[in-house]
Design a binder for this molecule. Structure first.
Ligand code: URA
Length: 170
């Protein structure tokens, strides 16, 4: 698994499939545990991520890490974090459909936007949309709802996962 992920990372780092390759500083491939049962998927890297080559860094990333920690999750221990497009769209604009189409192959399946907190199952994989940390920084009144989503995630993990919480005190 590690090996396959490393090969994919190497391939992705060389990617020139769309025009975002020309303006990126770094490909933001993804980070975390490669055997994770829980994967967080963002839309695409921002400026800090582009400069550092890591997803969700800076203030938004720090807030995300706090929310994760509240439900015994962390990128070091038991989750994986990736983006739909791996290179920063200039000025943080939305990725164009053709950019997403070029990049989506690096992610195993496409996410559809849903109501936050609503679970859905696609081809045997469970998904739930939640708040983007940058949106929470702009609209702090949504923070309690975001925390509810994390608690719902914790319940789902307890229900269906086999080793995500191994070694953590519950
Ligand atoms: N927003 C995203 O969607 N992904 C990141 O990695 C950072 C900000």
């Amino acid at each position: 698994m590690e090996n396959r992920m490393e090969q994919l990372r190497e391939e992705c780092l060389q990617c020139q499939k769309c025009p975002l390759a020309a303006t990126r500083h770094h490909v933001v491939f993804g980070t975390g545990k490669t055997d994770a049962e829980v994967v967080f998927v963002g839309e695409g890297p921002g400026e800090n991520e582009d400069l550092q080559g890591e997803p969700f860094v800076g203030r938004g990333g720090a807030l995300l890490d706090k929310y994760l920690e509240a439900v015994d999750l962390s990128r070091e221990r038991n989750i994986y974090i990736a983006n739909i497009v791996k290179c920063r769209p200039p000025q943080n604009r939305d990725p164009k459909p053709e950019e997403t189409a070029c990049c989506i192959g690096y992610l195993s399946r496409q996410l559809v936007t849903r109501q936050h907190g609503e679970w859905f199952n696609k081809d045997g994989v469970w998904y739930m949309g939640t708040f983007h940390p940058a949106a929470l920084l702009r609209n702090p009144h949504n923070k309690p709802d975001a925390f509810e989503d994390m608690l719902a995630l914790q319940s789902k993990i307890r229900e269906i996962c086999t080793h995500t919480y191994d070694g953590t005190e519950l």
